[in-house]
Design a protein around this ligand. Structure first.
Ligand code: NAP
Length: 293
């Protein structure tokens, strides 16, 4: 870390631990009250080692939080129709409260069709159009997990959003787009940047809040950070490297997320919390399930 660092670190790992502990308490309360253990179904198509590791990690976290998980492994040759069928069955299964389809799925599969087969009330990963609509309109529903985690981090550090210029770099359906919608719902003035943005640096230098969601190591450099800005690095690249050049950004930012230990742990924490919320809603333990933003 640079000796001239001034930025305060945003401790996603610590906040995630607290969210998971709270989810675990609620899970055990649901089990005690209703006899039902909250259950997340994880669906993996093919044997991509990174995807398999992510699913294993999520299931292990579930187990530690008192959440059951049901693993559904499908062969790489699974068709869109077969996957839609599987997700439709899980959506109908009363013992399953949340569904996670690990993505990316194979290129031969219509990923959007698969996501849309997940019932909205079980979409704890926030990947359906219904969930995106809820995030956009500020209606009850589940957030995409990484965007939801980013909003919780911003709230934890009491970052003022109303009237501030938030620049989101990246526009993917699960990360860039929804986080921009959540920021907009909180009255930030939002600019989206992407691979065709003409002068990324010029836009970034106007940003009070930067959300990097690209997948290009150290793309965003300190010289493009406005002094005093809040920098959220959702990027995760080989070698534990984010999308932001951490050392140079620390010299300008007021608050910054480290990689690892910033946004990453928040994603799983939100997944677990939303699974418990889904179970609570479906078991009738309470109906208080709202987009956390
Ligand atoms: P994605 O679907 O590949 O989207 C990347 C986005 O970045 C696209 O919108 C693309 O623009 C834009 N982009 C690419 N090159 C750019 C450039 N040079 N300048 C500006 N924008 C550029 O990726 P994703 O799934 O959103 O993931 C983004 C990053 O977040 C990855 O590092 C991923 O590993 C990480 N991630 C982390 C978590 C977590 O839990 N921490 C969760 C999800 C993702 P176009 O739309 O024009 O192509």
């Amino acid at each position: 870390m640079s000796s001239t660092q001034t930025a305060q670190l945003m401790d996603g790992a610590g906040l995630a631990r607290r969210i998971v502990a709270e989810a675990a308490r609620h899970a055990s309360e649901i089990t005690r009250r209703t006899g039902v253990t909250p259950c997340l179904a994880t669906v993996l198509v093919g044997e991509d080692p990174a995807s398999a590791t992510y699913v294993r990690m999520k299931r292990a976290r579930c187990a530690r939080a008192g959440i059951a998980s049901r693993f559904v492994g499908l062969p790489a040759a699974t068709t869109t129709a077969e996957l839609v069928d599987t997700l439709g069955s899980l959506s109908q299964d009363p013992d399953v409260h949340g569904i996670l389809l690990q993505h990316p799925v194979g290129a031969h599969i219509d990923e959007r069709a698969a996501f849309e087969a997940i019932a909205p009330e079980k979409d704890v990963d926030g990947v359906t159009m219904n969930s995106f609509g809820a995030m956009s309109f500020g209606l009850p529903g589940f957030t995409s997990c990484t965007p939801g985690g980013i909003m919780r981090l911003l709230d934890e550090y009491r970052v003022e959003l109303a009237g501030r210029h938030a620049v989101v770099v990246g526009r993917s359906p699960i990360l860039g787009k929804p986080v921009g919608m959540l920021l907009l719902a909180r009255d930030a003035t939002v600019t989206y940047c992407h691979s065709r943005t003409a002068d990324l640096g010029a836009v970034l230098r106007e940003a009070d809040v930067v959300v990097a969601a690209v997948g290009r190591p150290r793309l965003i450099r300190g010289e493009d950070i406005k002094p005093g800005a809040v920098v959220i690095d959702a990027g995760y690249n080989p070698g534990n490297v984010g999308d932001v050049d951490f050392d140079s950004a620390c010299e300008r930012a007021r608050l910054i997320t480290p990689v690892p230990g910033g946004v990453g742990p928040m994603t799983i924490a939100v997944l677990l919390a939303q699974t418990v919320d889904a179970a609570r809603q479906q078991t009738g333990a309470t109906t208080d399930v709202r987009a956390e933003c």
